[in-house]
Write a protein that binds this ligand. Structure first.
Ligand SMILES: [Zn+2]
Length: 52
């Protein structure tokens, strides 16, 4: 499984990296729009991914 833990405590865990990127992008848009006015890129999400 691939997992991303957001500094706010949000966790996303999926089997597919593509799915994970989508989940984190939606989360960032909903919760962290101020920090990422342009949205978060796939590369930024992938740099946060851990294999679990
Ligand atoms: Zn968050």
């Amino acid at each position: 499984m691939k997992m991303v833990t957001c500094p706010c405590g949000f966790e996303a865990k999926t089997h597919s990296a593509d799915e994970l990127v989508k989940l984190v992008q939606v989360h960032v848009q909903e919760v962290h729009k101020q920090d990422y006015p342009q949205g978060i890129t796939r590369e930024q999400v992938m740099s946060m991914v851990k294999d679990v």
